[in-house]
Structure formats: C-alpha cells, structure tokens
Design a protein around this ligand. Structure first.
Ligand SMILES: Cc1ncc(COP(=O)(O)O)c(C=O)c1O
Length: 375
C-alpha cells in the first residue's frame, strides 16, 4: 500500500436494480405463507400478457425452459430441423437438441447482429419445423420477412425474446409477433426475478398444453393426463417480477438515453462502430455492443483489458458461434457455417449501458476509448 486512494471509477457491465418495493413484495409473500401457485403468479402472468399485448402468458422457471416448453408444445420430434442464429446465447439452440431435433444455423446481418432472413430462406428444408429468431441485445429481428418465410413453408416462428423486454417491432412488442414468445428474467436482464421465464402467445391450445406440461400434466389433483414436469415459477419470483414490470418502461428509457450518449461519445472515434438501430425498431439496449474494427488502435481483447484496468466492465457477447462450442463440435458441427457470425465474434464488445450508468460514467467511458488514454 502506498497510501494513495484508488479513485478509479468502477462501472460494472451489469447491475440488477432491486429495492424497497421488491423487499416489501417478498415480505408480503412470506407473510402470506403461500409460496407457490398463488395470487402473485396469476397477477404477474396477467400483467405481463397485457403489457406485451397477447392473450396468454405462462410463468416458468427460466428462459431456457420457456424455449423448451414452446418446442414441446409444438410437438417437435426426432429429426425435425429448427433454424436458429449461431450468434446467441447457447440456450437458443440447446432447446432444439433437448427434443432430439437438429439446430440448423443461419447467419446474421452484419449491422444489427440479428438473424438474416435471406440465409434463413436458404436453410429451409422439408424437415424444417420452426425458426427461432433472437431479438439480440434488445433489437427486434426482421419479423415480417421471417414470418413470410414461415408462412410460405408452413413452419412456426418462436421468438427468443430473452433479451428484449419492451422492445418493439413496428410498434408491436416482441413476444407478440410470432407463434410463441419466450422471455428470460435472469438477474442481468432488463427486468429480473433472479431466475425466471415467461411464455407468451395468442394460441389457447398451446397455452393449455404448456400449462399442463409445466405442472406434471395434472388436470385435477393427482390426475395426470400427459407426462409433464415441474417447471413452475415461485410466488416470490412472481412478486419481484410484478414490481420489476412496473419499472421496465422507465428503465428501458434510461438504457436508450445512455445508448444515445454513448453514440455521441463514440461517433468521432475512428475504428469503433456504434450499434445500428433499424428504422422499425424500438431497441431497448439489453446490451450496447460496439464493433472494434481493424483501424482502431487496439485489438478487441486489448481494448477490453485496457477498460478493465480503468475500472470499466465489458463483455464479449459472444466470443464464438454456438456451433464452435466444444459441446457442438462433439455433435459434428465443425465447419465454418456462418462467416458474418465468425467475423462478429472477433469484433464485438459490450459496454455498460444499464440504468445505473450515469452521465459522468459515460463521459469517463468515452474518454477511456480515446487513444490518449492508452499510455
Ligand atoms: C438469447 C437468450 N436465450 C435464452 C436465454 C436463456 O434464459 P435463462 O438464462 O433464463 O435460462 C438467454 C439468457 O441468458 C438468452 O440471452
């Protein structure tokens, strides 16, 4: 110790915002003694369906399970194919493997990182049963084009909306655009229940089946009509979710404002490409992802190291295409299937954009992206 205080700012890449209201809500549940299958779940499901603009919402244990149940509800079978992006969190394609079906990887648009409808079209075969677009980083995928492909081939669209709570495509919320929407409420998401997930749909039959599958196929106490699971959310999680949902719009606004300020700070920096926002999109910035180009003075990982040194948390979403993960190589996926995905994996860097990031933080971040700060 040399006696100097370390005055460096510390800006984490994510920070769950939980406070007094969540505490009160949890205390209420604990006092009620009703920890499962009570009023909170029903209220959370109704409020979420209402917010998204769908008829039904079913709360489940997490986003991975939401995707799993969505595919189960569509009766996905051995040998079926499902088209997914390779540039996503691994759950997007793992859920296909859970059913003995085959994830077929489509490439992404180089500006938005979202799945490229033209490549999806190329990848459709007679065995394709569904497409799972991810609204990556909080920006909706090109839903009109994807839905047209789906209609032409009579296949389903399951939205992976794990990163897009409140995002809009042509003024319609993600999770209401395809056949089924799947959300995650993991701790770092725009709204959280710790762990948690939600399935959204306008299809009553699908909802009925998902509710059955979530609860051991039980139609009445100890009468089970199909083989199901226990994928239920707890009342505690739902109570937190209700509070978080009430704060979502305001927090998304803050994320969007932060993104705007980051854009301004990055605009004149040669070699850093800020996120591209589509005309049709309300992008809710789950992540603010820049591309570190060849003419930037530091290579991506070196820049991440430099920012870490300066107290700024960053992340790489995602360092490799899903098919290059060793779990997938073991399944035989070893070819260079998606060139734009591969290139993006080398260049992307997520900077802090969450609602706790303030104006001074943003000035600090953008200052540390300037060449002068490297020495
Ligand atoms: C795109 C995407 N899909 C699926 C998931 C899975 O959600 P969960 O972590 O709640 O299981 C996540 C969450 O991290 C995600 O980002």
């Amino acid at each position: 110790m040399n006696g100097n205080f370390n005055m460096k700012r510390q800006i984490p890449i994510a920070k769950p915002l939980l406070g007094r209201e969540e505490e009160d809500a949890i205390r209420g549940v604990l006092r009620s003694g009703m920890l499962v299958q009570g009023k909170q779940i029903k209220a959370f499901e109704e409020a979420f369906a209402d917010y998204i603009g769908v008829e039904h919402a079913v709360a489940v244990t997490n986003g991975t399970i939401a995707l799993d149940l969505a595919l189960k509800a569509l009766k996905l079978d051995l040998g079926d194919e499902v088209i997914v992006p390779a540039f996503s969190f691994i759950a997007t394609s793992n859920c296909v493997l859970f059913h003995g079906a085959k994830p077929v990887f489509a490439d992404i648009d180089q500006k938005t990182f979202n799945i490229d409808p033209a490549d999806v079209n190329e990848k459709v075969t007679g065995k394709t049963k569904a497409i799972i677009p991810v609204h990556l980083f909080g920006q909706p995928a090109k839903m009109d084009e994807l839905k047209e492909i789906a209609q032409d081939h009579e296949i389903y669209v399951i939205e992976d909306a794990a990163q897009s709570h409140g995002a809009e495509y042509k003024e319609q919320k993600t999770g209401s655009l395809g056949d089924i929407g799947c959300f995650s409420f993991y701790a770092t998401k725009n709204m959280t229940t710790g762990e948690g997930g939600m399935i959204t749909t306008n299809n009553s039959e699908v909802t009925k089946r998902i509710r059955l599958l979530r609860h051991h196929g039980q139609t009445e106490k100890y009468h089970h009509t199909i083989i199901g699971y226990n994928y239920r959310m707890t009342e505690l999680s739902a109570a937190i979710g209700l509070v978080q949902l009430g704060k979502l719009e305001e927090r998304n606004e803050k994320r969007m404002k932060n993104a705007e300020k980051l854009d301004e700070g990055i605009e004149n920096l040669h070699g850093l490409t800020p996120p591209y926002v589509e005309e049709y999109a309300k992008h809710v910035f789950y992540q603010y992802v820049v591309k570190v180009e060849d003419d930037y003075p530091l290579e991506r990982n070196k820049l991440a190291d430099h920012l870490k040194e300066m107290g700024i948390g960053t992340a790489v979403h995602y360092p490799m295409p899903i098919y290059k993960q060793s779990a997938y190589r073991k399944l035989g996926y070893d070819k260079k299937i998606c060139p734009v995905t591969e290139e993006s994996c080398r260049r992307v860097l997520s900077l802090p954009v969450h609602p706790s990031v303030n104006e001074k933080d943003i000035q600090y971040i953008t200052a540390k992206l300037q060449t002068q700060s490297f020495s």
